[in-house]
Structures are given as structure tokens and as C-alpha cells.
Design a protein around this ligand. Structure first.
Ligand code: URA
Ligand code: SF4
Length: 212
């Protein structure tokens, strides 16, 4: 039987009432779960700390882990494309992840992405909560299942929730759930992939309009 690792959670490393730069400065010290150890570095947020729109991804990937910035790999390129089509851009939003360290499995020389467990999402949540308190966005976009779990605090299907604004008390903050950009990249067939991208763009447009 594999034993569950002890996870103290991030709370004791999160500076109380810190603004985004104070949070960013403290994040490298976090030992809230075991994911910090094999990772290269913490990956905090990017974008505008006063943005009306916050986008939440899953966790850094291989490239993000090496570079120390969110969404700098293939999923990030697709996200940029979708943001542009929705008439906004990365610099106009605040972009972060539900989990701040890359979870992976080593297979030979390759590091394979491993979806964070509910325990990792829970352990890392104090960072996201503090970011949302500091930024005070009008709308939060949850990109995919991990972000949805983090933002809503419950496990719900992205497919059933996507594309409509959830207002309190259905969500702690006004939230729009949509798919993760990586899921668009995984769609086979160029017509099908284009349709999946259109779906993501349509959802982002709703969030952009609601954040104005
Ligand atoms: N996928 C994510 O969810 N976040 C990143 O930063 C990169 C890929
Ligand atoms: Fe802390 Fe989150 Fe990294 Fe775990 S994943 S060590 S909780 S910052």
C-alpha cells in the first residue's frame, strides 16, 4: 500500500494580506506539499495584478518548470491565440495555475505530466485564494477540471458547467468554466480541433464581456 504523504498545505507560507508581488516573493519557500522537491522552481503568475479577469490553469508543464513562467509552452501558444480571438491578451489578464509546482513522472530522460491529485489542489489552494483576494477580479475563468475543482471547491464536470457565468452562491466568485487549452491540442482532425478552439474562444468572449 502506498502511504499518503503528509501535506501541511501552503497556508503557513502565504503572507497574510500580501499583494501579488509579496505573494510571488514568498512562493519559492513553500513546502506545503511534496511537489516542490523534484521540481526546478515554483511557477507563480503572470499578467496584470489589477486585471478584471483572472484565468486559472492546472499546473506548470515541463517548459514552464524550466522557465519559471506560466503557459510558455504549446498550451500557452494556443491560449494566446484564443485570447486574441476573444479580443483580449495575456498582458490584460492575470494568469495563474491551481497548483504552482510541476507534477511529473520520470520516464527515461522524459518528464511526463501527471495530473495533480485533489490533495495537491487542496494543499496549494491558499496561494490561489490569496491571489484572488489581492487581484479582486470581476470574473474568474477556470481552464479545465483541476482549475474548476480549485475555484469552485468541488468536483464538477467541465462539460456540464462550461460556457455560462456562475454567480454566487453557485460559485465563490463570478466564474466561467471552460476547457483547458491542452484539451484543444489533443483533439484529432483539423476541423474538429478548429471547432474545439472556437468553443474555447466563445467561452472566453463571455468572460471578457462580463469583466468589462
Ligand atoms: N498548462 C497549465 O495548466 N498551466 C501552465 O502554466 C502550462 C500548461
Ligand atoms: Fe506549495 Fe503548491 Fe508547490 Fe505544493 S505545489 S509546494 S502547496 S506551491
Amino acid at each position: 500500500m502506498t502511504r499518503q504523504p503528509e501535506r501541511p498545505g501552503a497556508q503557513q507560507w502565504v503572507p497574510p494580506e500580501g499583494d501579488v508581488s509579496a505573494l510571488r516573493a514568498a512562493a519559492p519557500g513553500c513546502r506545503g506539499c511534496e511537489l516542490w522537491a523534484p521540481a526546478t522552481q515554483v511557477v507563480f503568475s503572470s499578467g496584470d495584478p489589477d486585471a478584471p479577469l483572472v484565468l486559472v490553469g492546472e499546473q506548470p508543464g515541463d517548459k514552464e518548470d524550466r522557465e519559471g513562467a506560466p503557459f510558455v509552452g504549446p498550451a500557452g501558444r494556443l491560449l494566446d491565440e484564443a485570447l486574441e480571438a476573444a479580443e483580449t491578451s495575456r498582458s490584460e489578464v492575470y494568469l495563474t495555475n491551481a497548483v504552482k509546482h510541476f507534477r511529473f513522472e520520470e520516464r527515461g530522460p522524459r518528464r511526463i505530466h501527471k495530473t495533480p491529485a485533489v490533495g495537491h489542489i487542496r494543499a496549494c489552494l491558499p496561494w490561489l485564494t490569496a491571489e484572488l483576494a489581492a487581484v479582486e477580479p470581476r470574473v474568474v475563468v477556470a481552464l479545465g477540471g483541476t482549475a474548476t475543482q480549485a475555484v469552485l471547491g468541488r468536483d464538477e464536470s467541465v462539460t456540464s458547467l462550461r460556457g455560462r457565468l456562475l454567480e454566487p452562491p453557485d460559485a465563490p466568485l463570478r466564474t466561467l468554466v471552460t476547457v483547458h487549452p491542452s484539451s484543444v491540442l489533443r483533439v484529432r482532425g483539423s476541423a474538429e480541433r478548429a471547432a474545439a478552439l472556437d468553443g474555447l474562444v466563445a467561452d472566453l468572449r463571455i468572460a471578457v464581456a462580463a469583466a468589462r
